[in-house]
Design a protein around this ligand. Structure first.
Ligand SMILES: [Zn+2]
Length: 127
């Protein structure tokens, strides 16, 4: 992002986002990733040139028993001092590699520490 943009478009009090920040976002299952990208393109639209200045650094597809909320929470706790604001999932860009590595780690080697999400899908219930 080249110019500061609002984290919530048309909400003047929302956080101003710049290229010094990275966001740790998530897509709620079963929403397609591409739909979330449309949101982002609309949100991070530059007020000067009306283009969206953001790029996706990395993304992961989680399995059924991996909980994106738990990942988000752990990252939020471990990198709390690098958060731009405690209310938003934006971090100092300098933390990019560390955060990416930590997410990788949480999704592979430390899977067991991630609390499985409660299965609320009726089709998976025992009869
Ligand atoms: Zn622009």
């Amino acid at each position: 992002m080249k110019t500061p943009m609002l984290s919530r478009r048309y909400v003047p009090t929302s956080l101003k986002i710049s290229s010094d920040m990275i966001k740790v976002g998530k897509v709620q299952h079963p929403r397609p990733f591409e739909e979330r990208m449309k949101d982002y393109r609309g949100t991070y639209k530059c007020s000067k040139c009306n283009k969206s200045h953001f790029s996706v650094v990395s993304y992961w597809e989680l399995t059924e028993d991996q909980d994106p909320n738990m990942i988000e929470k752990i990252i939020g706790q471990e990198f709390s001092d690098q958060k731009i604001s405690s209310r938003y999932e934006y971090y100092n860009r300098s933390m990019k590699t560390k955060i990416l590595n930590r997410i990788d780690q949480l999704l592979t080697t430390e899977q067991k520490t991630v609390t499985p999400k409660t299965n609320q899908s009726p089709s998976n219930e025992d009869c």
